[in-house]
Design a protein around this ligand. Sequence first.
Ligand code: NAI
Ligand code: MG
Length: 337
Amino acid sequence: MSTPVTLIPGDGIGPEIVANAVRVLEAAGARLDWDHQMAGMAAVEKGLGPLPDETVESILHNRLALKGPLTTPVGRGFRSINVALRKMFDLYANVRPARALIPGGRYPDVDLVVIRENTEGLYVGVEHFIGMEEDPQAAAESVMIVTRFGAKRIARFAFEYAISHGRRKVTLVHKANILKCTQGLFLEVGKQIARDYEGRVEFEDRIVDNTAMQLVVNPYQFDVIVTENMFGDILSDEASGLIGGLGLAPGANIGKDVAIFEAVHGSAPDIAGQGIANPSAVILAGCMLLEHAGQEQVAERTRAALVAALRSDSRTRDLGGAASTRDFAGRIIKELD
Ligand code: NAI
Ligand code: MG
């Protein structure tokens, strides 16, 4: 039985890396039935809106999507489609594993996961300017929103993730010493949920600035990090820097009904259309999707072949090699045999 999946090639390098990811996943034996849909600039150029109804319906129907990066116009133009998708499908958990795959890095054995609350915090975008005298923008304020409901479900998600993925520890990262209400609530709820998992998953909490420093000094002390929206945004990029950069960092946006898998990186307009982008992050996102769809063995096989290819003489330019996207994908497929 194959699983239907909405496939969105995306913008910039999206179509190049997604097409090659599909090649690799199919060669590995993935039983996925691709439903091709458009979003972002690609859709706008075809005279549609940035998030066509047909695409939304496809995701609602299939409940699973693999998506390339989408360009967000800066300043003017439509708002981020990535944010719109997270809101529309209530994709409250952003799961970003950081696992070192290539030897020779500073931390060859890093294997941690950042779980970021994806719907609350400062990123709700409740902000405005305050005018004073002549200056209409004399001050500005943004509101950080944390709800018991939101804090509970992300903490529970992190513990359930730890159990289902054989992880030993959850570290809740916060700034409750300064932000006593919002961050205090996030921490209090996390501690309550942790009690339900006592004896099964270790729990600790840490202040965010200290965590940022500890990640650089000794990342091995971390296993699963759970944190609010903005801290998770920052710490997950930091974590991807520990393992060789954005070209290797996958992510999943997970809600109750729908899950959307993608690379952490964007559409890389500086190298789009040249056929040199690294497809690894999208392939790893595809592996996360396979696990979600119950095809763990195919995911494991794909990941092993990707690791073998990364350790070969064939690498893309971002990792110091000279291989094209297509040739690197070809190398992975060869390693599958
Ligand atoms: P970016 O991640 O696209 O690029 C940052 C740097 O990393 C560039 O030098 C790029 O060439 C390089 N890079 C990224 N992915 C790569 C890959 N697979 N292989 C080799 N090199 C790679 O970030 P940037 O430039 O800030 O954003 C570009 C556009 O992407 C913006 O419109 C932004 O809004 C959008 N974006 C979309 C995301 C999504 O769809 N989830 C996430 C982040 C950004
Ligand atoms: Mg970010």
